[in-house]
Design a protein around this ligand. Structure first.
Ligand SMILES: [Zn+2]
Length: 429
């Protein structure tokens, strides 16, 4: 949207108080240029009477495997080996076309609920990028490449360090654009030797992005690593001097006191996937320990370990799951709103995303007061409830309207539902 637009008399989320505040929002060229009361934006601006609207920054789902949508709701909660068995039974459905159809479904479902930025974890990026482009969402694609496997079960595809680096640089040519960026990633601490970790981290530093990997996802993963290396994955990253702000760790749900100390001292980014961790019994991120030292985002992970795949529900789950036996371990609704927005953006290396403030991207979601329940009040927990229960009427990404009246502007997106339905009917239970 090149034209200057003024949303006049709106209620929007003030990210300092994490409450709604009345005022105006001015956007131009995809960026919020000004917020405040009775803004004078001069002539030529399109003025939208917004007294019936509530605006929040678009949400950030920092970790999603979009093509795994195919495998959703097969199991209710199971150990990881049983989850992987159920996925392997349906691997044949993950053709390039199937991957595209599933990824498009996962992304459009997220956008409809107000998610405007995604961290997409994938080893086959072409079809996920194609789905992201059609959806029009902001995406950081974690391009996963591995060169070893000390885990149980099926090994991820392996490439040499040189090939992995070449693949990464090639992906930049076709994959990146104004809304999509690609960062180096590896499956987990079990899937990369020291050379690959160092090479991918160097790339992350070069592009001011993040080396992203699953880490410490449960006791088995930590034990397998310790048996092989004599130390935990986090301790190996610290010894390699790559446990820093350019590294993003997904999960960290099984940590020793020494791991916790290293994380607090070195401050990598952490992505918390509370429902996924609970689903497979991988433990709990001790979130209150890190909340003042380490930047944290939230992710839904994958449909086979999070059938709801609804980011706001993960936030509500985290609100009550943490501190269930000790109130000191609680996390507040206000803090969770931060994790859902700016915190998540930072884990992905996205600057100026996740806040309604001058200079931030115009990624905005609008709820019509007439179309949502009358129950909500102006508290952070009520806003979490609103995000969980309602659908935004309008979604803007980079200032461009993606959803109007609750529907995608692009007709091609609706047509995917029939194809997705036929894919899901082929799922083997
Ligand atoms: Zn994951």
């Amino acid at each position: 949207m090149k034209q200057k637009t003024l949303f006049k008399g709106i209620k929007y989320l003030d990210s300092d108080s994490m409450r709604l505040t009345p005022g105006d929002i001015c956007i131009e060229n995809g960026v919020i240029t000004e917020t405040g009361n009775n803004l004078d934006v001069g002539t030529g601006a399109k003025i939208v009477d917004s007294s019936s609207l509530i605006a929040l920054p678009g949400l950030v789902n920092a970790h999603l495997h979009p093509s795994k949508e195919i495998h959703g709701s097969i199991l209710d909660a199971s150990p990881i080996d049983i989850v992987l068995d159920s996925v392997h039974k349906n691997n044949a459905l993950e053709t390039p076309e199937g991957q595209f159809i599933a990824a498009l479904k996962a992304l459009t479902t997220g956008v409809k609920k107000g998610v405007t930025s995604f961290g997409l974890f994938t080893s086959r990026i072409e079809n996920d990028v194609k789905a992201a482009r059609l959806t029009g969402c902001r995406c950081v694609v974690n391009f996963c490449q591995s060169n070893m496997w000390v885990g149980k079960g099926q090994s991820p595809q392996r490439n040499s360090v040189a090939t992995a680096c070449d693949n990464y640089y090639s992906s930049l040519v076709f994959g990146q654009d104004a809304l999509i960026s690609i960062t180096p990633a590896t499956a987990s601490e079990l899937a990369a030797d020291d050379h690959l970790l160092l090479a991918l981290h160097e790339i992350a530093c070069q592009f001011s992005s993040r080396l992203t990997l699953h880490a410490h996802e449960g006791k088995t993963q930590v034990d397998l690593h310790t048996d092989r290396y004599g130390k935990s994955g986090i301790q190996r990253l610290a010894a390699l001097k790559i446990l820093d702000k350019n590294t993003t760790l997904i999960h960290c749900s099984h940590l020793s006191d020494e791991d916790i100390r290293l994380l607090r001292e070195n401050q990598p980014q952490i992505i918390h996937c509370p429902i996924s961790n609970s689903f497979v019994g991988a433990g709990t991120l001790p979130i209150s320990t890190f909340i003042n030292d380490v930047n944290i985002g939230l992710g839904t992970d994958a449909a086979m370990v999070n059938p709801g795949n609804n980011l706001a529900f993960d936030a509500l789950f985290a609100l009550y799951h943490h501190g269930d036996s000790d109130f000191n371990n609680k996390i507040t609704a206000s803090r969770l709103l931060y994790l859902l927005t700016e915190g998540g953006a930072k884990t992905l290396g996205l600057e100026n995303v996740g806040k309604i403030e001058a200079g931030y991207k115009a990624d905005l979601i609008f709820f019509e007061k007439e179309k949502i329940d009358v129950d909500y009040i102006n508290t952070p927990v009520s806003l979490l409830k609103l995000l969980n229960n309602e659908y935004p009427s309008y979604v803007l990404i980079d200032g461009k309207e993606i959803i109007t009246d609750g529907q995608f502007v692009l007709a091609a997106i609706k047509e995917n539902d029939a194809e997705y339905k036929s894919l899901r009917q082929k799922v083997t239970l």
